[in-house]
Design a protein around this ligand. Structure first.
Ligand code: FAD
Length: 341
C-alpha cells in the first residue's frame, strides 16, 4: 500500500474487529468460509475484538446461524431474491456498506473465483490494499495491530509477508484448505443484523440468465476423500486404477508434483505447496515418498493412509495407517473389498 512515508499516519483507532465473507452458492456455504471463520476467530482473540461475518443471497438465514456456530459473534445478513446469484456490483456495494458501518480492521475472503472478484472490487473502491492467495495469517499485538499476510512468492520458492500499514481495513484472500474450521457448536450465541439491499435490478448493471454446469467436476479442496498417486505409479495408465478406487469410495484423484511434472495427470490434481491444500476426511498417498512440499498440502487430512514399498519412506511419518508393499497388488485388492461393501 503506497501512501507516502512523509504523510502523517491516519488515525485508524475506530477500526476494530475481524470480518469474514461467507461465500455461498445455492444456499450452501463454501468450506473455506468456515475455515476463515476459524482463523478469523484466532486473530480476533489475539486482538480482543469481535468476529464479524457477512452472508448475502436469497433464503440464506440458515447460513447466518451456521456462521455463529462456526465462531462469528455478529452476522450481517442481506437476503433478497435478486441476490440469489453472485454479481459484483450489488454484492460489493452491500459488503462496502457493512464494512463502512462495522469498521473492521481486517477483512478476509476465500481465494475462490467469487472471493477474488469481490475482494478486488471492494479494495479498489475503499481504497485499501489487498493481499491475494495468502497461506499464513497473523497479527502484531497492539498498538500496531498489523495483519501479517503471507503467501508464496517468486514461483513459490519463498514466503512473502505483506503489510498494509497506512490504510484500513487490511484485506486478504486466503486459499481454501489452509486454515482449520472450529468445531461446529450449536450452543454458540450471536447477533444477526439484517441489511437492506437498496439496489434496484436496473442499477445492478448485469443479469444472470442461466447457469451451465461445466465439464470440470474436480474439486480437490472440497473433496472428503482423495486417492492421490505419485511417481511410484510409473506412468499415466495406473491413474485409472486410482480412479476406480476413488469412484468406489466416492472420492476424487489427487497427485504429487512428480506425477504432474511427468505429464501423467493435470496440474488441477496436484496436492502440495504449489498445488492445492486439502483437508479431506480420508487421504490415500499411493507411491508418494512424502516430501515436505507434498505433505504441507495434505497433513491436515483427518485420516491418512500411505501405501509404499519402502518401509523407510518419509510419508509413513505423516500417515495414520501404513501399508508397506507393492501398490499394484494392494490397490486392486482394496478396490475389490470396497466394492463388496
Ligand atoms: P518420489 O519422491 O520419487 O516417490 C515415489 C515413491 O513411490 C517412493 O517412496 C517409492 O518407494 C514409491 N514406490 C515406487 N514404486 C512403488 C510401488 N510399486 N509400490 C509402492 N510404492 C512404490 N511436490 C508435490 O507433491 N506437491 C507440490 O506442490 C510440490 N511443490 C514443490 C515446490 C517446490 C519449490 C519444490 C522444490 C518441490 C516441490 N514438490 C512438490 C516436489 C517434491 O519436493 C517432491 O519431489 C515430490 O513430491 C516427489 O513426488 P513423489 O513422492 O511422487 O515421487
Amino acid at each position: 500500500c503506497a501512501r507516502k512515508e512523509t504523510e502523517p499516519a491516519p488515525d485508524w483507532s475506530d477500526y476494530r474487529g475481524v470480518f469474514v465473507y461467507v461465500e455461498q452458492r445455492g444456499g450452501e456455504a463454501k468450506k473455506v468460509s468456515w475455515q476463515l471463520l476459524g482463523e478469523g476467530k484466532r486473530l480476533a482473540n489475539k486482538l480482543d475484538v469481535d468476529l464479524i461475518a457477512l452472508v448475502i443471497g436469497d433464503e440464506v438465514e440458515h447460513l447466518a446461524r451456521e456462521a455463529i456456530y462456526y465462531g462469528a459473534d455478529k452476522v450481517f445478513l442481506c437476503e433478497a431474491p435478486e441476490l440469489k446469484a453472485y454479481r459484483t456490483r450489488p454484492y460489493s456495494r452491500i459488503a462496502m456498506k457493512v464494512i463502512g458501518e462495522a469498521k473492521p480492521e481486517i477483512c478476509l475472503f476465500g481465494a475462490t473465483g467469487t472471493g477474488r472478484d469481490l475482494a478486488g472490487a471492494i479494495a479498489t473502491h475503499l481504497p485499501t490494499g489487498l493481499t491475494a492467495d495468502t497461506t499464513e495469517l497473523d497479527v502484531e499485538p497492539p498498538p500496531s495491530r498489523l495483519l501479517l499476510a503471507s503467501r508464496p512468492a517468486f514461483s513459490e520458492k519463498m514466503m512473502a509477508t505483506i503489510l498494509c500499514k497506512q490504510y484500513r481495513p487490511q484485506m486478504a484472500t486466503a486459499r481454501a484448505g489452509v486454515f482449520q474450521a472450529l468445531p461446529r457448536d450449536v450452543s454458540r450465541q450471536g447477533e444477526i443484523v439484517r441489511v437492506a439491499n437498496g439496489m434496484s435490478e436496473e442499477q445492478m448493471a448485469t443479469q444472470v440468465l442461466d447457469f451451465i454446469q461445466g465439464q470440470a467436476t474436480l474439486n480437490l479442496e472440497e473433496a472428503e476423500i482423495i486417492v492421490a498417486g505419485g511417481r511410484g505409479l510409473g506412468g499415466p495408465e495406473p491413474f485409472a486404477m486410482l480412479k476406480e478406487l476413488a469412484d468406489a469410495l466416492g472420492g476424487v484423484v489427487g497427485a504429487s508434483r512428480a506425477a504432474v511434472d511427468a505429464g501423467w495427470i493435470k496440474h488441477a490434481h496436484q496436492v502440495g505447496q504449489t498445488g492445492c491444500t486439502v483437508r479431506p476426511k480420508l487421504y490415500f498417498a499411493i507411491g508418494i515418498s512424502g516430501a515436505v512440499q507434498h505433505t504441507v498440502g495434505m497433513s491436515g487430512s483427518e485420516v491418512i493412509v500411505a501405501i509404499n514399498k519402502d518401509p523407510e519412506a518419509p510419508i509413513f511419518q505423516t500417515a495414520h495407517y501404513r501399508i508397506v508393499g507393492d501398490l499394484f497388488k494392494i490397490v486392486p485388492a482394496l478396490t475389490e473389498q470396497v466394492k463388496k461393501k
